[in-house]
Design a protein around this ligand. Structure first.
Ligand code: SF4
Length: 430
């Protein structure tokens, strides 16, 4: 039988989809890129906002409409976070959560034999270890995501993720090393370490932290670049940053989640840092990493956010001078503390603030790109674009486009960056 997987959401979900893909292939199923032609369609869902949920609902309906005979599987964060509501809400044939990915094939076989709808969502248990999983390849040719952590203990007041993902669990250092060695043997030169709350890596093991994971990843020969996925400002102390900075393979690109630059808003969000503490981390990163890019997520219109609080947040974002900001308007998430707050911000104000934040942060992006001009940077090339230029990324994740007739994918070449072009820089191979 042929299967298709559609992934919604973050890099951790992309990694877990790859786990499912490899499990299905190992059991003799055949991969089919087009869900319309597949016998089994698996949707790996995200539930970070209500918008993510409605995307999954719409998608499930579309799959059933366009491929009515296929077996549909809904998995991922949405069923895990809302196990009680799903039976009524979804038209999927099999509904399962984030836990026990290894049960996927037995579930599918059970459905094939009995043709009865299956709902199997295993709850997270406190104290459970990291679910053993590793991949041998990825759908991108040059860069592989490697999940080294799952879960979060933070309970930010707007976030449902700790319910969907459970508490922090970390992959052992020896498993990280083994997985990266396998990826290097398959030809991957760049690894991105990802997690739900990556900065909390090692909390559950004790005595180790994210710097230990990076040191192990960087020690694998064949892997030439190591990147970190999204980080929380948790445990990013001066000593950790110093240890990271002596790893030459670690790319100077840090996505450090901010959410708000206003201390009062941060408090209501139940984020455990102040804007000044955040700034100290940024200063430390910049002190230790030459030409590093700091990117972030910012939420506008959180319950109770006044015009003044928004202005403070905006001023702080400008002060940091982020290389890129992902702005999003607060969206209510049933089951969270922020959803129960009475002082919800009007949609018009949220839209207005989003627009202002996006405009200002686009200028910051442009300044960052302009600051890259004239530099000669090693670029790991990935693929040819539709306009004929070849594209790749510098260590600080600046997208670079060059003109060449050669196929330079998966090659690391020095490029002089000459002009800003769209969201990246155009350059010449030197
Ligand atoms: S740190 Fe906060 S926002 Fe991030 S996953 Fe944990 S609870 Fe959610």
């Amino acid at each position: 039988m042929k299967f298709s997987i559609i992934t919604l959401g973050c890099k951790v979900n992309q990694y877990e989809s790859q786990i499912m893909r490899e499990t299905m292939l190992a059991e003799g199923f055949e991969h089919e890129p087009q869900y319309r032609n597949a016998d089994i369609v698996i949707v790996n869902s995200c539930t970070v906002t209500s918008v993510s949920d409605s995307k999954a609902f719409k998608l499930m309906r579309r799959i059933k409409r366009e491929n009515p005979d296929c077996i549909t599987v809904l998995t991922g964060c949405m069923p895990q976070a809302f196990p009680d509501e799903l039976e009524n809400l979804m038209s999927a044939d099999i509904i399962t959560g984030n836990k026990r990915r290894g049960d996927l094939v037995p579930l599918i076989n059970e459905y094939i034999n009995e043709r009865k709808r299956l709902v199997r969502i295993n709850p997270h248990e406190d104290g459970a270890g990291f679910e053993s999983m590793s991949i041998s390849g990825f759908n991108e040719r040059t860069r592989a995501f490697v999940k080294i952590e799952d879960g979060c203990n933070r309970f930010c007041s707007y976030c449902i993720i700790p319910y969907a993902r459970g508490r922090v669990r970390s992959k052992s250092l020896s498993d990280i090393e083994a997985e990266l060695k396998a990826l290097a043997n398959s030809g991957y030169r760049e690894a991105v370490l990802v997690g739900i709350n990556l900065s909390a890596y090692g909390n559950d093991i004790g005595g180790i932290n994210i710097a230990d994971a990076v040191e192990v990843a960087c020690s694998v020969s064949g892997i030439e670049r190591v990147r970190l996925g999204s980080l929380e400002p948790e445990r990013m102390d001066a000593e950790t940053i110093r240890r990271l900075s002596v790893q030459p393979k670690l790319c100077p690109q840090f996505h450090l989640s901010l959410q708000s630059g206003c201390d009062q808003t941060l408090k209501r969000m139940n984020r455990h840092y102040s804007s000044e503490e955040y700034m100290t981390i940024v200063d430390n990163l910049r002190k230790h990493f030459d030409n590093c890019s700091i990117t972030t997520d910012v939420m506008v219109g959180f319950p109770g956010e006044t015009e003044e609080e928004f202005s403070r947040s905006l001023e702080f974002v400008k002060r940091v001078g982020f290389a890129r900001v992902h702005t999003f308007a607060y969206s209510r998430r049933p089951g969270t503390a922020a959803d129960r707050a009475e002082n919800q911000v009007d949609k018009r104000d949220k839209d207005k603030r989003s627009k202002i934040m996006i405009e200002k942060t686009e200028k910051l992006r442009h300044s960052f790109l302009k600051a890259q001009l004239g530099r000669v940077e090693p670029v790991l090339f990935e693929a040819r674009r539709q306009d004929g230029l070849f594209e790749g990324y510098t260590k600080n994740y600046t997208q670079v486009y060059v003109k060449t007739d050669e196929d330079i994918s998966n090659r690391l070449l020095d490029v002089r960056l000459n002009e800003v072009m769209g969201q990246g820089c155009r350059g010449d191979i030197v």
